[in-house]
Design a protein around this ligand. Structure first.
Ligand SMILES: NC(=O)c1ccc[n+]([C@@H]2O[C@H](COP(=O)([O-])OP(=O)(O)OC[C@H]3O[C@@H](n4cnc5c(N)ncnc54)[C@H](O)[C@@H]3O)[C@@H](O)[C@H]2O)c1
Ligand SMILES: CCCCC/C=C\C=C\[C@H](O)C/C=C\C/C=C\CCCC(=O)O
Length: 257
């Protein structure tokens, strides 16, 4: 799938992995609507991108993915400006075991909400032109992290939702591919602010920070490179791609009929 002329929506685009995804999509010729709840970061990134890629190639839309109304408005603005949506990257996420309901709301419920809203515009069965949806899960979507059970649950949920949607899409002919990316530790603000986000598991903060300090971490660009493969390789559907410092691996799961 070549990206020239393609229109992408990226959530959590203002910093970290979302910013790297946005920059890589732009470098490959796509236009991008950047959705983020952080207006200051989003607006200053838009200024940087205007200079690098031209004003017409991006939109920054201040949007909390927990709000159905705000997502709807962001999709309408994207369609009004760019005319279509081909790619959705559900990337916004938090790690907060204290505010665990908010973690479920942003990391899982919002992925479902945004995906269903995107289907209204992308689904070939209802007049759309198809495309691809890539969800940012985590290695915590493939195995447990004892310091953050709710974060772990949301990322397992994202992997399951992605794979089931891929199967539903194939069965019904949506013309949309669904894939999940599952990175290990990535150098972003999410991990640097971890200690005070563990709630009742804060007794594990010191141990967790020691593990993090000892491990080699991924750069955001390494994650974005792998995500680009899931966007462009039309053979990839229903995949969970694990990304670690020592390489990437397409995961296998039990098959049942
Ligand atoms: N950093 C890691 O080690 C790591 C590893 C695997 C997966 N992930 C996942 O990658 C994704 C991005 O995380 P990151 O590490 O870049 O974190 P980050 O904190 O650097 O960036 C997250 C972005 O999402 C935005 N955001 C948060 N809540 C939002 C909301 N309700 N609505 C809209 N935007 C919102 C933030 O404003 C921020 O710009 C998350 O889903 C995270 O779980 C991170
Ligand atoms: C191993 C404990 C680290 C705990 C860090 C806390 C939260 C991280 C959340 C991210 O989404 C990353 C999720 C899982 C990382 C798990 C293991 C990484 C080990 C690195 C490797 O071997 O590749």
């Amino acid at each position: 799938m070549a990206l020239n002329g393609k229109i992408a929506v990226v959530t959590g685009a203002a910093q970290g992995i979302g910013r790297a995804i946005t920059e890589l999509l732009l470098q490959n010729g796509a236009k991008v609507a950047l959705l983020d709840a952080n207006k200051t970061n989003g607006e200053s990134l838009k200024e940087v991108l205007d200079k690098l890629f031209g004003e017409q190639t991006t939109l920054f839309l201040h949007c909390n993915v927990e709000s159905e109304e705000q997502i709807k408005a962001a999709f309408q603005k994207t369609l009004g400006t760019f005319g279509r949506i081909d790619i959705l990257c559900n990337n916004a996420g938090i790690l907060n075991e204290e505010e665990w309901e908010k973690t479920i709301s942003i990391n899982l419920a919002a992925v479902v909400r945004t995906t269903y809203m995107a289907l209204e515009h992308m689904n070939k069965m209802t007049g759309g032109q198809g495309g691809v949806i890539v969800n940012t899960a985590s290695m915590a979507g493939l195995g447990p992290l004892k310091c953050c059970p709710v974060y772990t649950a949301t990322k397992h949920g994202v992997v399951g939702f992605t794979r089931a949607m891929a199967a539903a899409s194939t069965a019904a002919g949506y013309g949309i591919r669904f894939n999940a990316i599952c990175p290990g530790l990535v150098k972003t603000e999410m991990l640097s602010s971890l200690s005070n986000k563990l709630g009742q598991f804060s007794h594990l903060a010191e141990e967790t920070n020691t593990i993090i300090a000892d491990k080699k971490m991924l750069n955001v660009t390494e994650v974005a490179d792998c995500l680009l493969e899931l966007v462009t390789d039309e053979t990839k559907n229903g995949e969970a791609l694990q990304v670690r410092c020592n390489g990437k691996k397409y995961m296998t799961f039990p098959v049942f009929t």
